[in-house]
Design a protein around this ligand. Structure first.
Ligand code: COI
Length: 346
């Protein structure tokens, strides 16, 4: 049982904080045992206890999601694309041999948690409350197998601009993120853990982030850091790698692909050779490049480095990527119509 002893006002400096260090007051917990998820419980954020034999600690059966809640201009809470995140969580769970979460747990649970934590969704266009649902294997057993017991939890954490300045990125030519047939399209912890060493090495060499190439030919662009990647060519065409089982099916990616045509951009989803992008920049074309993900939304890339050559992309305040970012922000805040039914209002 969780004890409800929670103070009224967040004791938190919303003007000055680092993302991810602070959880809000409450969290949600549900358990899977004997083939079924039990009802969720919402209570104070507290530590959990696990057997040292718990399977998530050994064989990587962990899955997470990341989504955001915003305060709309008429004072409601908008949990953005809740249903899409539920579907993707279940696809990731399936890939990791974990049981799917019913809507009564994921969707109703997150809605109820947000209504209880509403004071953490402040009215500020730069601010969002980040929602982190995750599931872990908890059965106490060292045999390599799919666990028969799981924990599903949701914690919340305040978020402002995730990467504030345009990034210098390096095309990674040694390490790869995922291969065809692997688990790259699932949001499981291992994909992120395996990216940390290459990311650290890139940082040591003065880069903010990595562009990942395909595992087989090492010539097609897949993702950037923990995000999908997009390009805008000559202010006309929005180009992004088509999805595969080695690329995460980004929900921000999907939102942008849906709104881009309304903003006068043609959309192309296809295999993109890194050589094509570099050649376009070399020949003087206007190429915008940016990472897209839920946390940062759009992360402008200002330089791409490939085998010791540096290529400068087009970044300035008139860039089309910022028009897209603003349009998405307007939909989420209720300033622009939500034609696609993406807003879940609490
Ligand atoms: C996102 O871009 O939303 C991510 O997946 C990053 C997250 C791991 C903080």
């Amino acid at each position: 049982m969780m004890n409800e002893t929670i103070t009224q006002k967040p004791d938190f400096d919303f003007d000055n904080f680092t993302f991810g260090l602070q959880a809000t007051d409450r969290m949600l917990v549900a358990r899977y045992e004997n083939g079924t998820w039990s009802d969720f419980k919402i209570g104070p954020v507290q530590n959990i206890s696990l057997s040292p034999l718990a399977m998530c600690l050994h064989y990587g059966q962990t899955v997470f999601e990341g989504l955001k809640a915003f305060r709309t201009v008429d004072g409601k809470i908008n949990i953005f694309r809740l249903e899409s995140h539920h579907k993707r969580m279940n696809r990731s769970l399936e890939r990791m041999a974990m049981p799917p979460l019913p809507a009564s747990c994921f969707i109703d649970g997150i809605r109820e948690l947000l209504s209880k934590e509403s004071k953490w969704v402040i009215d500020d266009p730069e601010y969002a409350l980040y929602i982190r649902p995750f599931a872990i294997a908890t059965e106490s057993k060292l045999g390599v197998d799919a666990s028969r017991e799981y924990l599903f939890m949701v914690v919340l954490s305040p978020l402002k601009a995730y990467y504030s300045r345009p990034l210098r990125v390096k095309v990674e030519t040694d390490y790869i993120r995922s291969s065809r047939g692997g688990a790259g399209s699932a949001k499981n912890g291992g994909n992120y853990g395996a990216s940390l060493l290459p990311q650290r090495k890139a940082k040591e060499n003065g880069f903010d982030q990595i562009i990942w190439l395909d595992a087989k030919e090492r010539k097609f662009i897949e993702e950037s850091g923990t995000m999908n990647i997009m390009f805008i060519l000559n202010g006309k065409t929005l180009l992004t790698p088509s999805l595969s089982d080695s690329i995460l099916d980004g929900i921000t990616r999907d939102s942008i692909l849906n709104i881009a045509p309304e903003m006068g951009l043609e959309v192309e989803e296809r295999a993109i050779e890194v050589a094509e992008i570099l050649e376009r920049i070399r020949s003087g074309e206007k190429v915008e490049a940016f990472g897209v993900g839920t946390a940062a939304v759009i992360s402008p890339i200002k330089e791409i480095s490939y085998k010791d050559e540096i290529f400068e992309t087009y970044v300035n305040e008139n860039a089309d990527m910022y028009r897209i970012k603003n349009k998405l922000a307007d939909i989420r805040r209720g300033l622009s119509p939500d034609k696609f039914g993406w807003s879940d209002l609490v």
